[in-house]
Design a binder for this molecule. Structure first.
Ligand code: NOJ
Length: 524
């Protein structure tokens, strides 16, 4: 397996399509809206997209409940619009990755409708069914019964309307459970490849795979889930070049070993992400102890570093991990933080050895809107999914629809950040992110495979690290000033710095860093 070369240069931007830009004034974002904003994305400097699911769906989980994998949801446009988006993005050297909801479908999917019939048919084994509607509890598997005429209960993967596709059981131990190599699971795997091929043939550059670890059930050693993805990987490499597989797995070592190119550190899976971003005061998910990016400086970077350095070492040369700025499932990083804090966070993310994923709106510090009524199965997640704030016109420039048509409310704050205001302000978060992305594209030592050496000790206030031979980086999320002695001679030229400088003494360098300071220095 070879990871496509473009990936290490990639800075991803995650688009939640319903909330990005509405081109036809119906109150909901669409694919043509993304095309309209491609030049904006080029100006920001990102060069790859992950688009949340945009396929036909009853939208009871924002599109993670697919009812037709091969057809774009009409509210977003049609398949021709997606092909046009891919072509227009490619013309600007932007890659496009789709969301592959591999583990489950909507209960409205024709496969499930057929599968739930009492008569045996081609789709009877496409999902996991027990033999009795009264058999609904089996360890950690969750089942639903009483909603169909088939005598049995079906396993679900997430919400009750998301039946789990049948990829088989690693160690089947009940009569309803099929082995990985039985015909039902084999047919499901073939169907998955058909779905992937359909969009790969239309030029997409890869997939972010939803709940990638969840497909094979009762697979305690992960042998069969690894077989499954390795087989997909081989098939992909044999038939398509330069395509990427991005896992929502949360255990980079396992995901990369299974053939993925990238996996996320997240609020589940291996620990460490929470330790950076979520303290006990977080809206959701709440952390247990103070997080590192907190002006109180009560967090501890080592809680992240221990996991990161281990995972990073294990996947070296085989794939990458990603630490997203946020996503549609967690609160935005702006909760409890101001612009200065967010600049420190972005400095960290864009200089760290990882594949950056910037969630739409995080480049301007969009707020998390707490207590919004749930929309499309969002629950608390809804507050991170509100429309993009482009300017100060009605509906923040997101849509020309009457306000009541907007699928979610716009941030009502008169101080809500907008792209237009921040682009007009050289000191804005937007410009900071733009500069960092530019630096990342032009400094080879900022790429994910360039070495990292942690120079600071203790809890990481301040955090000082070297990237490759040419860059020294320091950040201080806390509100105290620090001085750090570094045994080094030579020059340290600031490339991008705030409240941060390097002084030279006979014994070496002294790094001065103030509250919420950051500095990137070219060193010789
Ligand atoms: C993870 C997705 O990110 C989330 O939004 C979704 O609800 C679940 N998987 C179920 O597909």
């Amino acid at each position: 397996m070879s990871t496509p070369a473009w990936l290490k240069q990639a800075v991803f931007y995650q688009v939640y399509p319903q909330s990005f830009f509405d081109s036809n004034a119906d109150g909901i974002g669409d694919l043509e809206g993304i095309v309209t904003k491609l030049d904006y994305l080029t100006e920001l400097g990102v060069n790859a997209l992950w688009i949340n699911p945009c396929f036909e769906s009853p939208f009871r989980d924002a599109g993670y409940d697919v009812s037709n994998y091969l057809s774009v949801a009409s509210r977003y446009g049609d398949n021709a619009a997606l092909e046009r988006l891919v072509a227009e993005a490619h013309r600007r050297d932007i890659r496009v990755c789709l969301d592959l909801v591999a583990g489950h479908t909507s209960d409205q999917h024709p496969w499930f409708i057929e599968s739930s019939r009492p008569e045996t048919n081609e789709y009877s084994d496409r999902y996991i069914w027990t033999h009795s509607p009264w058999f609904t509890v089996d360890g950690d598997l969750r089942f639903i019964s009483g909603t169909t005429d088939r005598t049995g209960a079906f396993a679900i993967n997430f919400f009750a309307h998301q039946p789990a596709l049948n990829y088989g059981f690693g160690e089947p131990n009940r009569s309803y459970q099929q082995g990985y190599d039985e015909p039902g699971p084999c047919a499901t795997r073939a169907a998955l490849k058909e779905v992937m091929a359909f969009w790969l043939d239309r030029g997409v550059d890869g997939f972010r795979v939803d709940m990638a670890a969840s497909l094979v059930k009762r697979d305690p050693h992960g042998i069969h889930i690894r077989r499954l993805w390795r087989d997909v990987r081989q098939w992909l490499d044999a038939n398509y070049t330069e395509r990427v597989l991005i896992a929502e797995w949360g255990e980079p070592e396992r995901a990369i070993d299974a053939g993925f190119d990238v996996d996320f550190m997240l609020h589940f899976g291996v620990p460490g992400y929470d330790a950076l971003f979520f303290g006990p005061e977080s809206r959701f998910p709440p952390g247990r102890t103070a997080c590192y990016f907190d002006a109180s400086a009560e967090g501890d970077f080592r809680r992240f570093w221990e996991t990161f350095s281990f995972q990073h070492e294990r996947i070296r040369g085989k794939g990458y991990l990603s630490i997203p700025s946020g996503n549609h499932d967690i609160q935005r990083p702006s909760v409890g933080r101001d612009r200065a804090d967010l600049k420190v966070i972005q400095t960290f993310l864009l200089t760290w050895p990882q594949v950056p994923f910037l969630y739409y709106g995080d480049e301007i510090g969009m707020r998390y809107l707490a207590d919004l009524p749930s929309k499309e199965g969002g629950y608390e997640r809804t507050g991170s999914r509100t429309p993009m704030q482009w300017d100060d016109s009605a509906l923040a420039g997101f849509s020309g629809a009457p306000e009541q048509l907007s699928h979610l409310p716009i941030d009502p704050s008169p101080e809500r950040p907008t792209v237009a205001a921040q682009r007009a302000d050289e000191d804005s978060l937007w410009h900071h992110v733009e500069r960092l992305i530019y630096l990342r594209q032009t400094e080879p030592d900022l790429l994910p495979d360039a070495p990292i050496e942690l120079l600071s000790e203790g809890n990481g206030y301040p955090l000082v690290y070297r990237r490759g031979e040419t860059l020294l980086i320091a950040i201080n999320p806390g509100s105290h000033t620090h001085e750090v002695r570094l045994e080094r001679t030579g020059d340290a030229e600031p490339v991008l710095a705030y409240h941060c400088r390097v002084g030279h003494e006979d014994s070496g360098w002294i790094l001065h860093i103030g509250a919420r300071g950051y500095g990137i220095f070219g060193i010789r």
